[in-house]
Design a binder for this molecule. Structure first.
Ligand code: HEC
Length: 208
């Protein structure tokens, strides 16, 4: 009975300590300051095990398609060039200012080919909370995500010239520019035509 009481008291002190820490503002949320020590360990360990569990839960449920299919790789490039280079860069494409300001740093993905394809699929589909890595499953089908996985696994082997040649072949511009050719997310234009110009838009005729 006495031991139970001691355990309960200790737990209550730990819980109160945690709450006091939260309310004190001592944890620095600024993205310019990397997490260190215990907090870094807690976050990284939690994430690693969560991703591992997610990947295990996929096995036997999803079928890895043919990731060597050139059509799949080319479609994946279109998605990658438009949605991922900002943060992850590409051969000959630097990580943008947005990506450089993130914490944790978005990794260069050239080594991802060594991971299991299910892991890349899981991360791209689900994203990683509190890191800036978005969930692309919200806006993309599993098949489209496999296209991206197929491309990412090839990317590490591409030279900047080969990457540019693929980008050119797909009719894409520099990341973030309007495309002349192939539209990402087939079917609907990325930006629907604006029916009316906003009265405050630059260049709008003055209203009377
Ligand atoms: C807004 C920034 C951002 C965008 C856009 C983004 N990512 Fe990420 N991504 C991150 C960050 C940050 C991490 C690192 C998370 C961490 O360290 O825990 C990450 C992690 C990853 C990982 C895990 C890497 C590893 O070493 O295990 C993969 C794979 C990945 N991203 C693929 C992609 C793909 C593919 C796209 C485009 C479809 C994409 N990301 C778009 C920010 C981004």
């Amino acid at each position: 009975m006495k031991t139970v009481l001691t355990v309960l008291v200790v737990l209550a002190i730990v819980a109160l300590g945690g709450i006091a820490f939260m309310y004190s503002g001592a944890y620095d949320v600024s993205a310019s300051v990397p997490d260190k020590g215990l907090i870094h360990w807690v976050l990284v360990t939690t994430q690693r095990h969560s991703v591992h569990r997610g990947v295990e839960s996929l096995k036997g449920k999803v079928q890895v398609p043919n990731l060597e299919d050139p059509k799949r790789i080319q479609t994946g490039l279109v998605h990658y060039h438009e949605m991922c280079t900002t943060c992850h860069g590409a051969p000959g494409v630097n990580i943008s200012e947005i990506g450089q300001g993130l914490n944790p740093d978005p990794p260069e993905l050239s080594d991802v080919g060594r991971d299991e394809p299910e892991e890349t699929f899981w991360v791209v589909k689900n994203g990683i909370k509190m890191t800036g890595m978005p969930s692309f499953g919200v806006t993309h089908t599993d098949d489209e995500i496999w296209d991206i996985v197929a491309f990412v696994r090839k990317m590490g082997k591409l030279t900047p010239q080969q990457y540019q040649a693929m980008v050119h072949q797909a009719g894409l511009g520099a990341p973030g520019q309007e495309n002349e050719g192939q539209e990402h997310g087939e079917g609907q234009p990325a930006r629907p035509p604006q029916p009316e110009q906003h009265p405050l838009a630059p260049g709008a005729p003055p209203s009377h």
